[in-house]
Design a binder for this molecule. Structure first.
Ligand code: ADP
Length: 481
């Protein structure tokens, strides 16, 4: 193993969103391209962990102020993911039924202790592991202090040569906490204190951007956007431009293969229309929706970033217009929004339905059975949903932001490059206009089918992104096989 990815998610073991998809796929493609990779995540109390055999490879304890937190590192003996998966079992900290929040939606209150113990456990194991990797690749604020600890904590000094890559999958969350919790950190060189600080708080995202050897974002546009708007980190991201790069995520074409997807009602064969119709009918039965109309779906966390709060207004508008359209939504999140979605399904039976849950299989069926996938995101670092949607023949309706901008040219563009419908401003007028255009497209079968055929043939596989990551690994001295 040359590269160890350190993350809080890895599909199918633990997934809350796109981070899980990325970390569950990229290592396989890196390994195939000559940079053998593995993954380390915390061990959660989730079913996948009980269903797979693990063997312990390291036992240790990390110190948090005046107490020790014992942990073990275990490896998946079945190698189910096709690359080494290591789980760090930290009793009391991660053996819980949720990744970031409990199933009732309440966030865990002890994240500082949890992520400090996880990051230190990984580093302590690295220190004592003869087969250690040549590079650590960390994701988001949960693992953002690793590049700092490697360089500035005497306990890990023996690893200070180790290159680090830090990928910002989401820059919305910084993981910041007050200096009053500094006592929980391992001892560090006093002159490095400034590297931890951003706006008088310890900010793991900012620290990672300062200390990692290279910083990447999951799309080129997102990097530019963060340099303009990132909750106060703008000057830092501008300053670190020289070591930053946007690399567009790929999709796992094995896990997301419409021709062989066991979650679907019917697999993709030669007849695209028949494939779409069979899956749409299955959705109609599941959601009790009238499937005569074009079906617009939303899949995602019910959170401000995803723009889910624009949907109720859009639904009301469409229901009071001539446009005959049906909506299906799959997502969990803000309780207020969940209630609003519930009310909408009572108000518009047969035309609006919502599954307020996390349901991997239903997500696959929605991509396959929907005519359109709506993504009114405020922020979209890369967005995987639109990529899955295109592969499964659902035309994306997206706001022009982040990775959506990089992957979905509008059908109005010349030379038949269009892949979906885009709107600029986050407001009801722009969103509704995009929906009207979608309905119009639906009623123009020749063009509708042409666009659908085009997007289903696109290649979003991970090979290209893996090659770009390998390029930066090489710049840091990593050789490939
Ligand atoms: P995020 O910002 O949440 O990481 P991405 O677009 O990168 O957004 O990835 C979202 C991933 O999570 C996709 O695989 C999508 O299908 C999945 N997903 C989101 N919400 C749900 C849900 N409620 N049920 C099933 N899958 C979901």
């Amino acid at each position: 193993m040359k590269v160890l990815h350190v993350s809080t998610e890895c599909y199918p073991a633990a997934k809350a969103g796109g981070l899980g998809d990325v970390v569950g796929a990229l290592p396989r493609y890196l390994s195939a391209a000559g940079a053998p990779a593995g993954v380390a995540i915390p061990r959660y109390r989730l079913p996948w962990f009980d269903e797979h055999p693990f063997h312990t490879i390291y036992k240790g304890a990390v110190r948090l102020h005046n107490y020790y937190v014992p942990f073990t590192v275990q490896q998946d003996s079945s190698n189910a993911l096709g690359f080494p998966l290591f789980v760090v079992d930290i009793p009391g900290k991660f053996d819980r039924p949720g990744i970031y929040a409990d199933p009732g939606g309440y966030a865990y209150e002890d994240d500082v202790e949890r992520y400090l113990s996880f990051q230190q456990a990984v580093l302590q194991w690295m220190l004592n592991s003869p087969g250690r990797p040549a590079l650590l690749h960390c994701y988001d604020h949960h693992t953002g202090l690793i590049p700092f600890m490697l360089k500035h904590c005497p306990a890990y000094k023996a690893l200070s040569w180790m290159p680090t890559v830090f990928t910002i999958h989401s820059g919305v969350y910084h993981g910041a906490f007050g200096w009053d919790k500094m006592y929980l950190l391992p001892a560090f060189e006093p002159e490095a204190r400034g590297l931890l600080d951003w706006s008088n708080r310890i900010n793991p995202l900012a620290t990672a951007i300062k200390c990692a050897w290279r910083v990447t974002t999951v799309s080129p546009t997102y990097l530019k956007e963060l340099q303009q708007r990132s909750n106060g980190l703008e000057p830092l991201l501008q300053h670190e431009q020289h070591k930053s790069l946007g690399i567009l995520n790929g999709i796992d074409t094995q896990a997301w293969n419409p021709a062989a997807d066991s979650y679907l009602a019917a697999p993709l064969g030669k007849d695209i229309a028949a494939f779409k119709q069979a899956n749409k009918e299955a959705l109609g039965r599941h959601f009790r929706l009238d499937m005569e109309r074009p079906l617009v779906s939303f899949i995602g966390r019910l959170a401000a970033e995803k723009g889910a709060d624009l949907i109720p207004g859009l639904v009301h508008r469409m229901m009071h217009s001539e446009a005959e359209v049906a909506f299906a939504a799959l997502g969990a999140g803000e309780p207020g929004l969940e209630n609003t979605f519930r009310q909408l399904s009572h108000q518009y039976p047969g035309r609006f339905a919502a599954a307020l849950e996390y349901n991997e299989g239903l997500a696959h069926l929605l991509y396959a059975g929907s005519d359109f996938l709506l993504m009114p995101s405020r922020v979209e670092p890369c967005g995987l949903n639109q990529l899955y949607a295109m592969r499964y023949g659902a035309i994306p309706i997206v706001r022009s932001v982040g990775g959506l901008k990089d992957t979905v040219p509008d059908i109005g563009e010349p030379n038949d490059v269009g892949r979906g419908i885009r709107f600029e401003q986050f407001n009801l007028d722009d969103g509704a206009h995009a929906l009207y255009r979608a309905v119009q497209l639906y009623h123009n079968p020749a063009i509708f089918e042409q666009v659908r055929r085009r997007i289903m043939q696109l290649d979003f596989s991970w090979e290209k992104a893996a090659a770009e990551y390998i390029e930066i690994y090489k710049e840091m001295g990593i050789t490939t096989n």
